[in-house]
Design a protein. Structure first.
Length: 147
């Protein structure tokens, strides 16, 4: 840990640099903070959680682009962002439930293509090269019996 000061608008600002060794990745990470009360491990954990939020928003912007908003008030914009976050969460659940490892953007685009088709999503994601009859056939216990 090192402490340094620099001037901003005529005032001295003290910062500390924290080096954190991640044994799992076998790498050193450096962080800058102006908080001298929190331990270096805690600051590294905070930055790790912040980075997960950045990854989530990056994935949201790449896979569900909000090129325009459907409304112009705050409520309409928040609803559209919440819908994107819910879709992202559902896609992560589907991705973790499948046995075959798909890249997230590829899986989302395949699901977007087959959104209005009558296929079993998990059968398709398990083996997309299967016959159409296999992908569209559902077991009798999963069908809704109306009459």
């Amino acid at each position: 840990m090192s402490v340094s000061a620099f001037k901003k608008r005529g005032r001295d600002i003290e910062l500390r640099r924290i080096a954190y060794w991640d044994a799992a990745k076998n790498k050193i990470f450096g962080f800058i903070s102006n908080n001298f009360l929190i331990s270096p491990d805690k600051i590294a954990a905070i930055y790790k959680h912040r980075w997960q939020i950045e990854i989530m928003f990056k994935r949201l912007k790449q896979n569900f682009p909000l090129t325009y908003f459907l409304g112009n008030n705050q409520n309409a914009i928040e609803i559209q962002i919440w819908c994107g976050l819910i879709i992202q969460l559902l896609m992560l659940v589907v991705q973790r439930r499948t046995r075959r490892r798909w890249a997230y953007p590829h899986m989302v685009s395949m699901e977007r293509i087959h959104l209005m088709t009558y296929i079993d999503l998990f059968k398709f994601l398990k083996n997309p090269g299967h016959t159409w009859e296999y992908l569209t056939t559902k077991p009798p216990d999963k069908q809704l019996i109306l009459f």
